[in-house]
Ligand binder design. Structure first.
Ligand SMILES: Cc1ncc(COP(=O)(O)O)c(C=O)c1O
Length: 398
């Protein structure tokens, strides 16, 4: 069997099928699901050795589990990270990655354009524990520089942003963070590990909601934190062990099996998105289309430099504000109304009244989220059927 060092040299599609597999004594083809809370030891001496670390085996599934470990190893290979820790959801990953780095008196700088729950963690949760935060326009590097303080420990961003698909210069923000003695964490959900590599661009930590493209079939929640061994040891390992947002072995098994098809799914979803974005761009009822690799995207050049592709999500403004967006959406039948993304099914969200409703109109305006904006996560359907469906939406606002 290929040893772990050789697996690092494999290409992503191969890593996603074989990476990190642990086989039991039965030699099963498909990865086994170890649905167990704990582990037994042949002797007290063996138990002692597990706890001292002399025998690096499993102890308890809040700490680690063979199926979860396979998922973590496969994700680490794909990301090119030394270490990975899985969590029960994407928000558990974001919260652990951020909270694990700070103490009272520290300061966090983050982009304003964050997923609503991430914004809650930075703007409301962390200040309750004495960690102040400053939110900046992520596309303005001067604002990042100006926001840095001597006590800034964490810099946090997502790119492309949810839902307006702004592109933030990860390499430039990493440099600003490092010059100020802080570490950069990137939420890479929209790009997936296949289309953008934040660690290569200088980030110190990458987080994912595995609920999105990694599962990609609408079944389980999950999250993962990826970084150097040093970062995980210093900031993540103990936080997760002692506070317990562990990924269940069942969910880890679903995610592990899903990774086998990640390349095929993401590439097909992306091909559908490129075609759909071009179609929407030609419609007079659509005021604006935002898709990272389109020439009319405000950060097109940066997207081309930083990303290997635009991904499967498109944001667009329907003429007529909220009423136009609702009429358009309610006329669709194949594309489903849902706040999720990355799924095999195409999903449509109205951020202003759902995912970004809580942040209020001022924050939405600051983030460029209009009342007519829709976010479409393109799925795996035949793209001609998606376009026919969108034509019904267009007709409803004409
Ligand atoms: C950018 C981003 N980060 C984090 C999350 C949270 O992930 P989860 O729902 O798995 O907790 C989501 C989605 O919900 C997201 O879109």
């Amino acid at each position: 069997m290929t040893n772990p060092t050789d697996q690092k040299k494999l290409r992503p599609a191969t890593q996603l099928v074989h990476g990190g597999t642990l086989r039991s004594q039965f030699g099963e083809t498909s990865e086994a699901m170890f649905l167990t809370q704990g582990f037994v030891y042949p002797t007290m001496e063996a138990a002692e050795a597990r706890f001292t670390g002399d025998d690096p085996g499993f102890i308890y599934s809040r700490f680690s589990n063979p199926t979860v470990a396979m998922f973590e190893k496969r994700m680490a290979l794909l990301e090119g990270a030394e270490s990975a820790r899985a969590t029960a959801s994407g928000m558990a990953a974001v919260t652990a990655a951020l909270m694990g780095q700070v103490k009272a008196g520290d300061h966090v700088v983050a982009a304003k354009a964050l997923f609503g729950s991430c914004r809650y963690v930075v703007e409301e949760l962390m200040p309750r524990f004495g960690v102040e935060s400053t939110l900046v326009d992520g596309t303005d590097l001067n604002q990042w520089k100006a926001a840095m303080r001597p006590n800034t420990k964490v810099v946090f961003l997502e790119s492309p942003t949810n839902p307006q698909l702004e592109i933030i210069d990860i390499a430039a923000v990493a440099k600003i963070a490092h010059e100020g003695g802080a570490k950069l964490t990137v939420d890479n959900v929209f790009a997936t590990p296949l289309l953008q590599s934040p660690l290569e661009l200088g980030a110190d930590c990458v987080v994912y909601s595995a609920t999105k493209h990694v599962d990609g079939q609408g079944r389980v929640l999950g999250g993962v934190i990826l970084a150097s061994e040093e970062f995980i040891e210093a900031h993540v390992h103990n936080y997760l062990r002692q506070t317990g947002p562990a990924l269940s072995p069942f969910n880890a098994w679903v995610l592990l099996k899903s990774l086998e098809t990640l390349t095929v799914r993401v590439m097909q979803q992306q091909a559908n998105a490129v075609r759909v974005a071009d179609f929407l761009g030609e419609q007079t009822q659509i005021e604006r289309v935002l898709y990272p690799t389109r020439k009319d995207h405000p950060q097109h050049k940066l997207a081309m430099r930083q990303m290997k592709g635009g991904g499967n999500v498109i944001a667009f403004d329907v003429r007529g504000g909220k009423e136009g967006a609702f009429r358009f959406s309610n006329a669709l039948s194949i594309i489903k109304i849902s706040n999720n993304l990355g799924d095999a099914k195409s999903l449509l969200t109205h951020p202003a009244t759902t995912t970004h409703q809580r942040i209020g109109p001022v924050a939405r305006a600051e983030s460029g989220i209009t009342d007519g904006m829709l976010r479409l996560s393109c799925g795996l359907e035949d793209v001609e059927d998606l376009i026919d469906d969108l034509k019904a939406g267009i007709a409803a606002v004409s």
